[in-house]
Design a protein. Structure first.
Length: 191
């Protein structure tokens, strides 16, 4: 049974038996706008890899639809969903925790609305947004964090982060909304 998290809640990433978790699937999902005649909302999930100082070291430290695989091969985006149609995860990011290079201490997961300003779209038009962590080896969902606040006017969300502390990987449910118009603005927060 997965753990349902609240904003700001932190948990250790361990297998059900307490063993070391090697690989996870980070699933991000949302439902499209229910406004009649509204154009589809294209949300884009990203992973930003940071060092111990909380900063990225190079451009390739951002994994998204335009850079599907980190040079270390430890983080991989499975591809872009342009509409949010269907049930379950709309986009997934695969993380191999056991292969993560030592210089990376944190992976931040974000979602931004593609061309939000141009299309006059915001997260208040999206329903049922969530992030979940799945054990990639047995495909069991471990954690789920549903965003339930009002995000009118917000064009991006910093969903959560996986971070390393004292040799263990942990997850922090952030749910921090922003008005960053593009992924580059989100990345600049960690530059």
């Amino acid at each position: 049974m997965p753990v349902n998290l609240q904003k700001g809640q932190r948990v250790n990433l361990l297998k059900e038996d307490g063993g070391v978790l090697r690989r996870v699937i980070v699933g991000l999902g949302w439902d499209k706008s229910v406004r009649r005649g509204a154009p589809p909302i294209d949300c884009d999930a990203s992973a930003i890899l940071c060092g111990a100082n909380g900063k990225i070291t190079c451009r390739e430290d951002t994994v998204y639809f335009g850079n599907l695989k980190h040079p270390s091969h430890a983080v991989q985006h499975t591809g872009d969903n342009l509409t949010g149609d269907g049930d379950g995860d709309d986009e997934q990011i695969l993380v191999n925790l056991s292969e993560m290079p030592a210089q990376y201490e944190k992976i931040i997961f974000t979602v931004n609305i593609y061309q939000a300003k141009e299309r006059n779209q915001h997260f208040g038009m999206i329903q049922n947004a969530f992030i979940r962590i799945v054990d990639a080896e047995n495909r069991k969902e471990m954690l789920r964090y549903r965003l339930s606040e009002n995000y009118d006017g917000m064009t991006a969300l910093i969903f959560g982060e996986i971070y390393r502390k004292e040799g263990l990987w942990k997850f922090n449910a952030l749910g921090h909304p922003t008005q960053d118009a593009r992924l580059s603005a989100l990345v600049a927060r960690y530059s």
